[in-house]
Design a protein around this ligand. Sequence first.
Ligand SMILES: [Zn+2]
Length: 267
Amino acid sequence: MLIDAHVHLDKYGDLLDQALQEIDQKRIFTVATAMDIPSYLELQKIGERSDLVLPTFGIHPRRAAEYADRLQEIGRCIESSPAIGEIGLDFHWVKDTNTYPAQRKVLDYFIAAASEQNKFVNLHTKGGEKEILELLEKYGVRRAIIHWYSGPMDILYAMIDFGCYFTIGVEVHYSDHIKEIAKAVPDHLLLTETDNPGALKWLNKNDEIGMPTAIQNVVNKVAELRQSTPEDITRLVHTNFSRLIAYDFQLNRFVSLFSPVSSLSRA
Ligand SMILES: [Zn+2]
């Protein structure tokens, strides 16, 4: 089964039905990350429409400033969510340095809660890579997916040592640095994502809406770079995601998808 470990399903608008159809037809397990509370509420509804969609609650660093004084409200959503994301820091694309203390406050709250409630996290790290690793170490959060890592190689290796998973996404088609990262991530920590529907549009400055099958193109490219085959990369990523969620009773609903039997009898 293909794994898309970072998607914004609530942003599909009129194309949502088509996206869900593709997810079901192509059997793409989809981690649907939220940007804020309204986005999470929407994702919960979308999640009811497919057995392959896992909605997760997070506050994106871009939205953190609006939520820095609403931690109780955030806390209630965290409790209701079986995993956490999208959360993180952005000191690169977010230019307003006044938001940085709020970003830190909100992220610290999330990581502490993830540690307490034993939930895996899906992290945006742009410009805050080192600080995020320190926070994961501080709270002992080992089940972390680093989404679209594009930072320095030394921090990448430190995160690898800590045991973080890495999603390689659509930028692998375009950027030499991402290609280098796609080759450097060890087999046991490799995952894939699209960051659909907006990532391709953002990268190419056009109107392209990323549809779920874009994950297959990512897999193909990663296979080429790692001198592997798409089938082997698919199997590897499936095994890795299975390990990430193994024994996580909060994700019981999905366990049958990731049992050894279902990974052997691939449709
Ligand atoms: Zn995202």
